[in-house]
Design a protein around this ligand. Structure first.
Ligand code: XMP
Length: 326
C-alpha cells in the first residue's frame, strides 16, 4: 500500500469477512516489503498502533520490535494490558521502557499547557530514539497512520506531532492501515483477535493524563486523575455507557477548596467529570448522565480517591469549551 489516496473502488471494511481479506492481503504485502529485515514500532496500546502491531506479528513475527514507553501519563492498567496482550498472549518482541520518573521530573513545575505538550512530545522522541539506537539492523519503522491523518492535514495527530527522529535514524516507513478509517481499523483489530476494550477504546490524547492534571503536574494529583478516571470508566462500563459515549474522563484542576472529614476541615482538590459525544471532535455535546449514576460515581470518587473532596460535572458544549481542559 504505497499510494496515499484511497481508491474509489476500495470497499468499506464492515464485516469480519472483509477484514480477513484485508488482513490476508496486507500480510502478504508486508512479508514482501520487509523480507527478513527488522521493523520497529512505538506501541502505545491505542487502537491504531495495536492493530499495526497485530498485523505485523502475523506477517513477520519476531522481526517486529515493539517499544512501549510508559511516560507515567497513561490510564490505570494500560501498560499492564500492553504487556499482557502483546508479550504474553501474542508472543511479541516487546521492549517495555519505564520512563515515568524521567517524564515527571522534566515536567515538574511546568504549568504552561503548550510547554507541557512540547516536553512530553520531545521526551517521547528522545526515549524512542535511545531505544532505537540500542537495536541493530532495523530497516523499517511502522506507524499507525490512518486515513483521516492523511486527509485532514490539520488533524489531531498531525497537529500535535512534535519533531521526529534524527536524520541518521531514518527508516523506511511501513503504514499498513493508512488507507483505513477508524471504524475499519476497529473491525480489522477485532478480526485479529485483539480484546474489545483495546479495539473499542475511546480516543486518548498523546500527552495522556498530563492535560487532565492541569497546571504543573504533581505525582499525587496525577494519581487522583488516574484513580478517578478508572472509577468513571468502571461505572460507565457497568452501566452500558462505555460503548455509547464518545469520550469520558476526569480532570483534577490545580485548585483546592474546603471540605469536612470526621468533623475536621479538609483542604482538597475537586474532580471534574467530562463526558461528550461528537463525530469529528470539532464540536461536541454533553452526555446526559442519569443523576443517580452521577451521585453514585461522586460517592465512590470522594470516598476512594485520596485528596479529593468534591465532584463537579462539566456540562459545557464545544464550542465555547474544548473537550479537554488544556
Ligand atoms: P479538544 O480539547 O481540542 O480535543 O476539544 C479534541 C480531541 O482531540 C484530543 N486531543 C489530543 N490528542 N494530542 C492528541 O493526540 C493532544 O495534544 C490532544 N489534545 C486534545 C482530545 O482528547 C479530543 O478527543
Amino acid at each position: 500500500m504505497s499510494a496515499n489516496v484511497r481508491p474509489q473502488s476500495m470497499e468499506r471494511i464492515t464485516t469480519e469477512k472483509l477484514a480477513n481479506a484485508f488482513i490476508e492481503e496486507q500480510v502478504a504485502e508486508l512479508r514482501k516489503q520487509i523480507g527478513n529485515k527488522k521493523v520497529l514500532l512505538a506501541l502505545s496500546g491505542g487502537v491504531d498502533s495495536s492493530v499495526v502491531a497485530a498485523l505485523l506479528i502475523k506477517a513477520v513475527g519476531k522481526q517486529l520490535v515493539c517499544v512501549h514507553v510508559n511516560h507515567g501519563l497513561l490510564r490505570k492498567g494500560e501498560p499492564e494490558q500492553v504487556i499482557e496482550v502483546f508479550r504474553n498472549q501474542m508472543n511479541a518482541n516487546l521492549i517495555y521502557v519505564d520512563a515515568v520518573d524521567r517524564f515527571l521530573d522534566k515536567l515538574a513545575g511546568v504549568s504552561d499547557p503548550e510547554q507541557k505538550r512540547k516536553i512530553i512530545g520531545a521526551e517521547f522522541i528522545r526515549v524512542f530514539e535511545e531505544e532505537a539506537r540500542k537495536l541493530e539492523n532495523i530497516e523499517f519503522l511502522a506507524q499507525g497512520t490512518i486515513y483521516p491523518d492523511i486527509i485532514e492535514s490539520a488533524g489531531v495527530k498531525a497537529h500535535h506531532n512534535v519533531g521526529g527522529l534524527p536524520e541518521d535514524l531514518k527508516f523506511q516507513l511501513v503504514e499498513p492501515v493508512k488507507l483505513l478509517f477508524k471504524d475499519e481499523v476497529r473491525v480489522v483489530g477485532k478480526a485479529l483477535g485483539l480484546p474489545d476494550n483495546m479495539v473499542y477504546r475511546q480516543p486518548f490524547p498523546g500527552p495522556g493524563l498530563g492535560v487532565r492534571c492541569t497546571g504543573a503536574i504533581t505525582r499525587d494529583r496525577l494519581e487522583a486523575v488516574r484513580e478517578s478516571d478508572a472509577i468513571l470508566r468502571e461505572e460507565f462500563a457497568k452501566n452500558g455507557l462505555a460503548g455509547k459515549v464518545w469520550q469520558y474522563f476526569t480532570i483534577v484542576p490545580d485548585y483546592k477548596s474546603t471540605g469536612v472529614i470526621d468533623g475536621k476541615r479538609s483542604w482538597d482538590w475537586p474532580v471534574v467529570i467530562r463526558a461528550v459525544n461528537t463525530t469529528d471532535a470539532m464540536t461536541a455535546t454533553v452526555e446526559n448522565i442519569p443523576f443517580e449514576l452521577l451521585q453514585h460515581i461522586t460517592d465512590r470518587i470522594i470516598h476512594e480517591v485520596k485528596g479529593v473532596n468534591r465532584v463537579l460535572y462539566d456540562i459545557s458544549p464545544k464550542p465555547i469549551a474544548t473537550i479537554e481542559w488544556e
